[in-house]
Design a protein around this ligand. Structure first.
Ligand code: HEM
Length: 117
């Protein structure tokens, strides 16, 4: 079971790599106001959601302590990210402020995950 949990943490990290990586590839374009939400960002955000929910199940089935407040906040932030990326996925240019907001929320979730122990 531990191996399965670690496997899903690995997939969870691949999800964040796609979401944040997609954002980082658009940084230069964001400065010029021509950034767009690339497909990898949507797929990464969906991967985070699915693997996160599987992890909740795995961790709870092993009777390990789970910080539900932390998970709830990560989930709420991710839902905002997912909604924005999904709604704007076909737009060729996304407003600079909105694009930066998605990147900022993504990074906030990374630091919530690693600093809140
Ligand atoms: C962009 C959003 C997210 C980021 C950046 C993120 C990041 C991380 C990272 C870095 C870890 C490994 C470090 C740790 O154990 O805390 C982790 C673990 C975990 N994440 Fe996420 N996560 C996100 C969204 C979610 C969501 C939406 C859920 C639940 C629905 C979730 C549930 C979990 C669970 C259950 C673990 C296992 C570790 C534990 O807390 O016991 N994550 N996440």
């Amino acid at each position: 079971m531990d191996v399965l949990t670690h496997l899903f943490v690995g997939l969870h990290i691949i999800g964040i790599a796609a979401l944040l990586g997609g954002f980082l590839t658009q940084m230069k374009a964001m400065g010029q106001g021509t950034a767009r939400f690339v497909p990898g960002m949507l797929h990464g955000a969906l991967t985070m959601l699915v693997t996160g929910m599987v992890l909740v199940g795995l961790v709870q089935s092993q009777d390990h302590d789970l910080n539900t407040v932390k998970i709830g906040i990560k989930l709420a932030v991710l839902i905002v990210i997912l909604a924005l990326v999904y709604v704007k996925r076909d737009e060729e240019k996304v407003d600079k402020g909105l694009f930066a907001l998605v990147g900022g929320l993504t990074m906030a979730n990374v630091f919530i995950a690693v600093l809140w122990t």
